[in-house]
Design a protein around this ligand. Structure first.
Ligand code: SF4
Ligand code: SF4
Length: 191
């Protein structure tokens, strides 16, 4: 089957919005997505088409019905993030640091938001309690804005997030069509 391109060169397949279905499909395509990563690397495919696709997909996804990233991410916060949260909550930065953050397990001089098995400390249901003052890492997620990040540098995390984030899952699937990727001819056996 050939590639179908829209006005912006964007292929839009059927968008899968259900989180459980994304998890099932993303998990079943784990090896394929790693092979796709190798395919993109080998063919030096640029990141802009992927970002354009992701921007289109994002319009069809209701993040408030998902909140997977708020349940699964470790969110780094810097001084500015903490000051913004403090101002939003009417607390001091020291209080926010003490109550809502812990040292980053990978870098003890940095802080991350507290989390539990239910997700981020600020998650209530599917809503962020500090949405207007959420940290930059949350505002930027899933890191697919045009011109901001190199796809090559983020492919491994995209393959992982394809099981959790409907935006990433659907954008990767559409990108396979746009790049004419043939999973059956390129799929290499996993480790
Ligand atoms: S701060 Fe808000 S947006 Fe960020 S992970 Fe926590 S609940 Fe989600
Ligand atoms: S960015 Fe992705 S994982 Fe996070 S809420 Fe939106 S669709 Fe879900």
């Amino acid at each position: 089957m050939g590639c179908i391109r829209g006005r912006a060169g964007v292929f839009l397949a059927v968008v899968v919005t259900d989180s459980a279905e994304v998890f099932r499909l993303g998990t079943s395509k784990a090896k394929e997505n790693l092979a796709f990563r190798r395919y993109l690397s080998a063919h030096h495919v640029g990141d802009k088409p992927f970002q354009l696709i992701a921007s289109e997909i994002q319009k069809h996804i209701d993040c408030t019905a998902c909140a997977s990233c708020c349940r699964q991410s470790v969110v780094s916060v810097n001084r500015e993030d903490i000051e913004n949260i403090a101002s939003h909550l009417g607390a001091t930065p020291d209080t926010v640091t003490r109550l809502f953050t812990v040292p980053d397990p990978d870098a003890s001089t940095l802080q991350v938001l507290r989390s539990s098995r239910e997700g981020c400390v600020f998650l209530e249901g599917n809503r962020c309690r500090i949405y207007e003052a959420r940290p930059k890492a949350c505002r930027d997620f899933p890191h697919v804005a045009v011109g901001t990040h190199s796809l090559g540098g983020r492919l491994s995390s995209h393959a992982r997030w394809a099981t959790l984030c409907p935006i990433i899952y659907n954008a990767l699937e559409s990108y396979k069509h746009v790049t004419c990727y043939n999973a059956h001819s390129d799929h290499e056996p996993g480790p």
